[in-house]
Design a protein around this ligand. Structure first.
Ligand code: HEM
Ligand SMILES: *[C@@H]1O[C@H](CO)[C@@H](O)[C@H](O)[C@H]1NC(C)=O
Length: 335
């Protein structure tokens, strides 16, 4: 007993040293370029509270909105960096109409926050920052970890659906998923942690068809689906049924932000094929196990803390901080 407590104490101390705001914190600040926590503290002190209150109201009236806003941040960051490019409506070529962004939403919530921000501090807060802050608030509203978001992103001036062809796809192999993440500076651990965002939210049956009825190779269903789960999945998304029907991604725990999704994936209860693929690689497998094993927590690995680190990192992909961007007046169109 004494040994276990000693170990826990040791890992607490070690954890504090490792994640403290000492030298490592300073190095990280430099790597973040000009992004910094509290960027709007002088120029628009109410910025973050305005976003929070709009997000809270939106989630209160649609409980799946937290998931929708979290997904929006991912889709924004992966194409042209976190620059709000996905929000722009510039005709049929708009990036937002790309196949890889199918089903992405939450635009109206971002636009509503933007309208309030323009009234409070015109021309100050970027749409890209609103997306990042909204995702943070969404995670907190789903009982996930709370964290600070470095801000100061500027909005991009490009929107073209051809740029979005490199979005991770639900039918990608683990190799493709790893390389799409690595091209954006994200590790295999980040891939696992960020996929765990699927702890909240739903998928349309549209994305289940290949996995349930036309799996490649071999046809039929994906053999990696736990046989105890397959009948349920098939019942919820019947062959030739309505592809717009939505089912929870984190079976049994879809409302709460927690690491249950990793357990589900390991047991063959992944709903999305891309989540199931995390079992196809020894590295991503062991990353999942590192959060699930008895010793995981003792040795200082916290799913919540590591998720925060990963999503903050995702939020820095190719950000525009100077003349490479603008502060849009309306998120759906360039100035
Ligand atoms: C690893 C590559 C990923 C793939 C292939 C993928 C794919 C998908 C698909 C197919 C859906 C269902 C969409 C729908 O039917 O509307 C979905 C939903 C979702 N994704 Fe991902 N995703 C990935 C990574 C991520 C990341 C990194 C995040 C956030 C950090 C994320 C957050 C979400 C959320 C929260 C939902 C639920 C949305 C809702 O309920 O409307 N995903 N994802
Ligand atoms: C979008 O990209 C395609 C392919 O690169 C290009 O042919 C087209 O002109 C672009 N459209 C706009 C409006 O930029």
């Amino acid at each position: 007993m004494g040994e276990v407590w000693g170990l826990m104490l040791w890992s607490l101390v070690a954890g504090t040293m490792m994640s403290g705001t000492g030298t490592r914190g300073q190095v990280e600040d430099e790597l973040k370029g000009q992004l910094r926590v509290g960027f709007y503290r002088q120029s628009c002190p109410a910025a973050e509270s305005i976003v929070s209150s709009v997000v809270r109201d939106a989630v209160l009236s649609n409980s799946n909105m937290a998931a929708i806003l979290l997904r929006l941040h991912f889709h924004d960051c992966f194409i042209e960096g976190c620059d709000g490019s996905i929000l722009v409506e510039n005709g049929p070529v708009s990036e937002k109409h790309a196949f890889g962004h199918q089903g992405v939403g939450g635009f109206e919530v971002i636009e509503q926050a933007k309208a309030q921000l323009e009234a409070a501090c015109p021309g100050t807060v970027s749409c890209a920052d609103i997306v990042a802050l909204a995702a943070r608030d969404a995670v907190a509203l789903a009982n996930g970890p709370t964290y600070e978001v470095p801000t100061g992103r500027r909005d991009g001036r490009m929107s073209n659906m051809s740029l979005a062809s490199d979005m991770p796809d639900v039918v990608d192999s683990i190799e493709q998923l790893k390389s799409k993440f690595s091209r954006r500076g994200l590790s295999e651990r980040d891939l696992v942690l960020l996929s765990a965002a699927h702890t909240i939210g739903t998928t349309a049956c549209f994305f289940m068809t290949e996995r349930l009825y036309n799996f490649i190779p071999g046809g039929g269903s994906d053999p990696s689906i736990n046989p105890g789960f397959l009948p349920e999945l098939k019942a919820r998304c019947p062959q030739n049924g309505d592809v717009n029907v939505r089912i929870p991604i984190d079976e049994g725990s879809e409302r709460v932000f927690d690491k249950q999704i990793l357990q589900n994936i390991r047991r063959g209860f992944a709903v999305l094929q891309s989540d199931a693929k995390l079992n196809d690689d020894p590295v991503t497998q062991s990353v999942m196990d590192s959060y699930l094993g008895f010793f995981g927590p003792v040795f200082g690995l916290s799913f919540e803390a590591d998720f925060v680190e990963a999503i903050v990192k995702m939020g820095q992909i190719d950000v525009k901080t100077d003349s490479g961007g603008e502060i849009r007046r309306v998120c759906s169109s360039f100035n």
